[in-house]
Ligand binder design. Structure first.
Ligand code: TYM
Length: 325
């Protein structure tokens, strides 16, 4: 079974990206053929600084490697380096109903936050995402909760293609983790942690120990004093519970017992230590990798040729089936 997933290089990656997506990838690469993409063509659908884009692409690659993606096992490449992605997206766009795209939650949200930048690329974003997945005939897509709707649309595009042009694609499933699929903002636990938000609301994977400590200690908590997990009544502390539980590999019940009678401050202090220790190897590897540009370029080059072989084969079949060859 082949796995595909990707991340937009729009800024530093955070604990939400890690717990919702990357952490699953590390386990999956042991048992499956995995293709992980840095989706730069998606990144340009919202306002961006062209001088920062290449830097962000390399930073995303460094995160993949520092978190434990093994380039000898998994394919890691940059989306715009393989022109079959936009090519397939164009073809799939011709069978995707406009109404389906207009009802996508991410399109509606991003149109609201970027009112001066509602472009056609933002609308057809999920078609390019479907092309990413179907180009590699991936059967499963490990993502956080917010991307589930896009994977659903990919399934319906695959189905439609098969009905119209003959069986070609399997309908890919999303792999959304039971815990950690939606890590919330530290400053507003009703919103998801997001790269484009205030840096205080996110723990970035390469944050310094001092920044981690400061952000966790000032994270919004709830009324009352008890350190208990209750998402509806105590969304702030419950979000911290989720992070604690996933990084320390303890259940929320165990943590409740451990912190019975203690206060929010003690819980946060302990969590800050857990996060700082967990991310220590990430910071160390980031320092090493950022000095090895030639090595990073080589990984992308080698992976690209592996990805291209699969992509070209799919495109040949798709074009033939659509009467373009
Ligand atoms: P992106 O770059 O917004 O996010 C990358 C991954 O991180 C997950 N994620 C979260 N998970 C838990 N809590 C959060 N607060 C949180 N924030 C983000 C996302 O669900 C995602 O898995 N459209 C995609 C990129 C993409 C893609 C693809 C993914 C393009 N083509 C093909 C899978 C397959 C996106 O914008 O992700």
């Amino acid at each position: 079974m082949r796995i595909f997933s990707g991340i937009r290089p729009t800024g530093s990656l955070h604990l939400g990206n890690y717990l919702g997506a990357i952490k699953q990838w590390i386990d999956l690469q042991e048992t499956h053929e995995c293709v992980f993409c840095i989706v730069d063509l998606h990144a340009i659908t919202t306002p961006y600084d062209k001088k920062e884009l290449q830097k962000n692409i390399f930073e995303t690659l460094i995160v993949y490697l520092a978190a434990g993606i093994n380039p000898e096992k998994s394919v890691i490449f940059v989306q715009s380096h393989i022109k079959e992605h936009p090519e397939l997206a164009w073809l799939l766009g011709t069978i995707t109903p406009l109404g389906e795209l207009q009802r996508m939650t991410q399109f509606k949200e991003k149109s609201k936050t970027n009112k001066a930048y509602i472009n056609a690329g933002l609308l057809s974003y999920p078609v390019l995402m479907a092309a990413d997945i179907l180009l590699y005939r991936a059967e499963a897509v490990p993502v956080g909760k917010d991307q589930g709707q896009h994977v659903e649309l990919t399934r319906s595009i695959a189905k439609k293609f098969n009905q119209k042009f003959g069986q070609t694609f399997k309908e890919p499933e999303s792999l959304i983790p039971k815990e950690g699929a939606k890590i919330m903002s530290l400053t507003d636990p009703k919103k998801k942690m997001s790269k484009s938000d205030d840096p205080k609301s996110c723990i970035f994977l390469f944050d310094s120990p001092e920044d981690i400590q400061r952000k966790i200690m000032s994270a919004q908590t709830d009324s009352g004093k008890d350190v208990i997990y209750n998402v509806t009544k105590k969304p702030g502390i419950s979000n911290l519970f989720t992070i604690y539980s996933l990084l320390a590999n303890k259940t929320t019940q165990d943590l409740e017992k451990e912190f019975k009678g203690k206060n929010y401050g003690e819980f946060k202090k302990s969590l800050a230590k857990i996060v700082i220790d967990y991310l220590e190897p990430f910071r160390r590897k980031q320092k090493e990798l950022s000095l090895r540009e030639v090595y990073l370029q080589e990984i992308l080059k080698q992976s690209q040729s592996r990805a291209l072989t699969i992509a070209q084969e799919t495109m040949r079949e798709v074009k033939e089936k659509m009467g373009l060859l």
